[in-house]
Write a protein that binds this ligand. Structure first.
Ligand SMILES: *[C@@H]1O[C@H](CO)[C@@H](O)[C@H](O)[C@H]1NC(C)=O
Ligand SMILES: *[C@@H]1O[C@H](CO)[C@@H](O)[C@H](O)[C@H]1NC(C)=O
Ligand SMILES: *[C@@H]1O[C@H](CO)[C@@H](O)[C@H](O)[C@H]1NC(C)=O
Ligand SMILES: *[C@@H]1O[C@H](CO)[C@@H](O)[C@H](O)[C@H]1NC(C)=O
Ligand SMILES: *[C@@H]1O[C@H](CO)[C@@H](O)[C@H](O)[C@H]1NC(C)=O
Length: 339
């Protein structure tokens, strides 16, 4: 018995070592999913605060889409609840319909091929075995319902393509009818030609009922599917691997060919903090209240947003957070939009 335990311990250490080496080599995938078998004590005692609510700034209704700040949810479908024992793979405490009702207007999620072999796209976190947040159809249905119930609202989807071919993504839009609600840029503005000043106003998007903007990070082809916009033709992003509150950056980090200047494009500011354990990164939940705080201390969303605004000389467009209910994210959005 004792011998077996030692054996297990030895295997465990070897496995961890191998995993770490792989994680270290693969710089493209620096965020290692935390394996379920590594049953780590969570860093917070989940008693999630109820979400706040967005305070719209009416004057911005007649301003361009690109002139607004929106709060976004990172890995929006990866939900920690008591049902999954507050899974460490969860980045949010509340589901997408609650996010939208509260005022989140930018939803980010990863789409994977179904490991069970159906043609359905599954919205998973890294690996469908760790966290399966439902199908793309289910996500789009939730978004459609919200848009129908709220005819003056505009929602943005940031879809991360982990494999499925373009036609499957498009099919889900056709099947839910969301293609008809989707904003399509003029043909002359595709291929990186869309400047911030080319975006329509919110009022125009509402009156034409083109109230969904969908970006796909890889595999988009607007000549085939004009409503799935190729992310890096329209925006840049700041770095998303932040392990310490002092590391939140405003500099463009992707696409790789934008370097050392601020392009006249939409901006996605990644503002979520990782904790790590033996080389595995997972969301730092215990510090989320501070990370998502409206204050101006290092590591807070308020400070980060103001710093980016001053560097960009315009509002940052999307502030992407984990655990959007924590802190005061909508106060930060209001502060950006009202002044
Ligand atoms: C949650 O934890 C309890 C007690 O440890 C266990 O019985 C249950 O199977 C777990 N549920 C899930 C979904 O992991
Ligand atoms: C989302 O969560 C709310 C509140 O917990 C619940 O009422 C609703 O049914 C959930 N929606 C979905 C699509 O699971
Ligand atoms: C995939 O198959 C497994 C095993 O049969 C099942 O537990 C799971 O629910 C299936 N997932 C989906 C999304 O159908
Ligand atoms: C979360 O971040 C805070 C601030 O850096 C740090 O003190 C804390 O240890 C982190 N939590 C974990 C579990 O690493
Ligand atoms: C969250 O942070 C605010 C200040 O940013 C503080 O007033 C509040 O007490 C904190 N709440 C919790 C539960 O830690």
């Amino acid at each position: 018995m004792d011998f077996l335990n030692h054996c297990n311990m030895y295997l465990f250490i070897v496995l961890l070592f191998v995993c770490q080496c792989i994680a270290f080599q693969d710089q493209q995938l620096p965020i290692g999913p935390l394996p379920q078998w590594l049953s780590l004590q969570d860093d917070d005692d989940p008693d999630p605060k109820q979400p706040g609510s967005r305070i719209p700034v009416p004057a911005l209704y007649h301003k361009r889409y690109s002139e607004q700040t929106f709060i976004g949810t990172h890995d929006a479908v990866a939900i920690r609840t008591s049902d999954n024992n507050w899974s460490l793979s969860g980045n949010q405490y509340f589901n997408v319909s609650t996010q939208l009702k509260a005022g989140v207007r930018f939803i980010q999620a990863q789409g994977h091929n179904d490991p069970n072999g159906t043609s359905e796209i599954r919205m998973c976190h890294f690996n469908c075995a760790l966290m399966d947040g439902g199908s793309l159809i289910e996500l789009l249905t939730t978004v459609k319902l919200f848009l129908e119930e709220n005819p003056h609202e505009v929602v943005t989807l940031m879809l991360v393509n982990v494999g499925p071919p373009l036609e499957r993504w498009a099919r889900a839009f056709y099947d839910t009818g969301l293609d008809l609600l989707s904003y399509i840029p003029p043909p002359s503005k595709t291929y990186g030609n869309m400047k911030t000043g080319d975006w329509p106003t919110i009022a125009e998007m509402v009156s034409t009922n083109k109230r969904l903007v969908s970006f796909l990070d890889k595999g988009a082809d607007e000549s085939q599917v004009p409503f799935l916009l190729r992310e890096f033709n329209y925006m840049f992003e700041t770095t998303f691997t932040v392990d310490h509150p002092s590391q939140f950056s405003c500099e463009p980090s992707r696409p790789w060919y934008i370097y050392g200047y601020i392009p006249d494009r939409l901006s996605l500011v990644n503002h979520f903090l990782y904790a790590s354990f033996l080389g595995f990164r997972y969301p730092n939940a215990s510090y989320a209240n501070t990370t998502n705080g409206a204050g101006f201390r290092e590591g807070q969303l308020g400070e980060h947003a103001v710093r980016c605004r001053s560097l960009y000389e315009r509002r940052p467009n999307y502030l992407l957070v984990d655990f959007f209910n924590e802190g005061d994210v909508f106060d930060v959005e209001y502060g950006m939009n009202a002044y």
